[in-house]
Every structure is written in structure tokens, then in C-alpha cells.
Design a protein around this ligand. Structure first.
Ligand SMILES: Nc1ncnc2c1ncn2[C@@H]1O[C@H](COP(=O)(O)OP(=O)(O)O)[C@@H](O)[C@H]1O
Ligand SMILES: [Mg+2]
Length: 323
């Protein structure tokens, strides 16, 4: 296997050693990095969402910024704004914290819609417009947003239509007892180290390593049969009744071609990370929930009946024939 892949696998191992029992989250963060996408991570407080993203940034030789979202944040606190410079009597653009290669948008649902929109727009356009001028964001640009589950008090829902800007929407749960013991052990050790000297992350990836990995993953083969399976899954979100009569009139919007493209990229990278040079149905299964959950919009009746997009995906996976 390639040297580039070894480097990415080292990153994965280092992250797994520091974020225990969250192998799935680690994999999804790496897939996002290699897909040139953005990720939304949802979970209760204290599950190491912030830590996971910080650890990843530690290992990448690129500028990293953390933006803590709060109710009083303004859009210009994210994008930057024109500032008057008295000595030259002119306005000058001051770049905001979104101008970094790795941006942690922490607790994104604690800020109101206008602020969220400023971030979501920059994610999609990869540039900022201020005072009629455009400012390009860095070539490597990945937003890792975290949010508490939406039932939490004092939170603002991200608009459904804009969630599509996230390549993946992943959810994390509580660790089991054995993992809880390991977390304790790890954090006790970390605290000891903090009192002594700080340990540098053993793996540093350059931007060129990431670009090389993207290239390799893009070359992974997908057979016509697997491609057809992937397309059928997407079609099934648009016309579910053709596959499962009980899903009739449940979905307001099915997945868009952007979802298909995302599924294709993520499945290929998943195969590449697993050391295969072709995509298997299991690669699609491994990413399909995180790629589609925010892109299937249920209608009001379905939501009122307690249906979720995860449930729709589960049902569709049962009825769409495997290649
Ligand atoms: N799975 C885990 N692996 C390692 N440390 C963990 C894990 N879960 C929680 N922790 C510890 O708990 C602390 C809280 O994590 P944090 O990243 O602030 O959580 P969140 O952002 O999800 O609220 C972390 O700093 C870490 O020390
Ligand atoms: Mg946090």
C-alpha cells in the first residue's frame, strides 16, 4: 500500500488512541477531510466532540481556528469586515476566523440563524463577500461543526435546506462501561503530562499529503453494478412507494444529485481507507446514514407520526436489491 495511505492510517490510529470508542466518528472525520467536504457532529455534551476535532487539527500542518458559537455572535464575527483605518482614511478588510484551513464551529446551534447562514454560505461558496469584494478561503478548507441534540434548551435549529452543505451529518452516543474506564485512565494520564511537558502529536500531515490521498481515493474503482445500486438507493428516496408501499406520502424531498455525488466520494474513500481498490456495497452501507440523514426531508405527517429519516434509510436498505 502507498506511503500516502500509511500517513493517513497513522492519523487515524493517533485519533483513535485519543478519542476512545469513537472509531466511527474518527473515520467520518477523515472521510470528510479527504472528500473536500464539511461535517456536522451531533451528540450530548461531554462526548469528546470538541476534543476529536482538536486532535485532528493538531495532526495537520495548516491553520486551525475554533469559533465558539454563542447567542450574541454576529455574522461579521465569523466572516470579518471592513475596518476604517484612520491613517490612510480608507477601509481595509479584516479577515474573520473562518479564514483558516480547519475551522471548528463549536456548538453551531447556539447562535441565531443569521450567524449560521454566514458560516453555511462561506462553506458552500468557499469565499466571503464584503463591501462588494470577494475574498477566497484557503484551498484546504474544512468546517467541522458540532451541535447539541436539538431538544436542548436555548438552541437554534439549523435550517433543513442548508444542512445539505454538510457532506456528512454524524451522531455519536455514550460509551460503554469498559470504554468509560479507558477514558478515565487516558484523561488521568493526560493530566499528568499537562503538568509536565507537552507532547507533540507524532503525526503531522502536510496539505500535499492530503491532496495526494484525495487523488488516490478518487481512483478507486466502482463497478457498474455497485454504481447502479447506489443510484437505486437515491431513486428510492425520491419514489419510496415504488419500493415500499408503507413509505408512500412520507417524504417531502428525496436526496438530490449532490447526495449521490457525496455518497460516491465517501464510499470510495471508505474503500481506500479499508485497503481495497474497489467499492463494495459495505462501503456504501458504512456511510449511507451520515450522507443521507439530513438530505431526506420528511413531510409533516411523517414527522408527526414520529418517523425519522434514519428509519426511512433502514427500510430502503432492506428493499433495494443488492448488486
Ligand atoms: N471517548 C472519549 N475519549 C477520550 N476522552 C474523552 C472521551 N469522551 C470524553 N472524554 C473526555 O471528556 C472531555 C469532554 O470532551 P469535550 O470534547 O469537551 O466534549 P464535547 O465537546 O462533546 O462536549 C474531553 O476533554 C475528554 O478529556
Ligand atoms: Mg464541546
Amino acid at each position: 500500500m502507498s506511503e500516502t495511505r500509511d500517513k493517513i492510517i497513522n492519523l487515524k490510529l493517533y485519533m483513535e488512541q485519543n478519542i476512545l470508542g469513537q472509531e466511527d466518528l474518527v473515520r467520518k472525520l477523515i472521510i470528510t477531510l479527504l472528500s473536500n467536504g464539511h461535517i456536522l457532529v451531533e451528540g450530548a455534551p461531554g462526548l469528546a466532540k470538541t476534543k476529536a476535532i482538536k486532535i485532528m487539527a493538531e495532526c495537520i500542518d495548516a491553520e486551525y481556528n475554533r469559533i465558539q458559537f454563542t447567542p450574541d455572535l454576529l455574522p461579521s464575527d465569523i466572516t470579518g469586515s471592513d475596518v476604517y483605518i484612520a491613517s490612510t482614511s480608507q477601509f481595509e478588510f479584516r479577515a474573520g476566523p473562518v479564514f483558516a484551513s480547519l475551522v471548528l464551529a463549536d456548538e453551531i446551534n447556539r447562535a441565531p440563524a443569521k450567524v449560521q447562514a454566514a458560516l453555511l454560505e462561506s462553506m458552500a461558496e468557499r469565499q466571503i463577500s464584503v463591501g462588494g469584494k470577494q475574498y477566497k478561503l484557503p484551498t484546504l478548507f474544512m468546517v467541522m461543526a458540532t451541535q447539541n441534540p436539538i431538544e436542548h434548551e436555548g438552541t437554534y435549529n439549523l435550517p433543513e435546506a442548508q444542512l445539505d452543505r454538510f457532506l456528512m451529518y454524524t451522531r455519536i452516543g455514550q460509551p460503554d462501561a469498559a470504554t468509560e474506564h479507558r477514558i478515565l485512565q487516558l484523561v488521568r494520564n493526560e493530566e499528568k503530562i499537562q503538568n509536565g511537558e507537552h507532547e507533540e502529536a507524532p503525526c503531522k500531515l502536510r496539505i500535499s499529503n492530503i491532496m495526494a490521498a484525495r487523488q488516490e481515493a478518487a481512483d478507486i474503482h466502482m463497478s457498474p453494478a455497485v454504481e447502479e445500486y447506489m443510484v437505486q438507493l437515491i431513486m428510492a428516496t425520491r419514489h419510496p412507494e415504488k419500493y415500499d408501499e408503507s413509505l408512500k406520502n412520507m417524504i417531502a424531498y428525496g436526496a438530490s444529485p449532490r447526495a449521490t455525488i457525496a455518497l460516491d466520494k465517501c464510499a470510495k474513500i471508505n474503500a481506500w481507507l479499508s485497503g481495497r481498490d474497489f467499492v463494495a456495497p459495505e462501503d456504501i452501507h458504512s456511510v449511507v446514514y451520515d450522507v443521507l440523514r439530513h438530505r431526506i426531508i420528511l413531510n409533516f405527517e411523517a414527522q408527526a407520526a414520529g418517523m425519522t429519516s434514519d428509519e426511512v434509510i433502514t427500510r430502503l436498505l432492506k428493499v433495494v436489491p443488492l448488486p
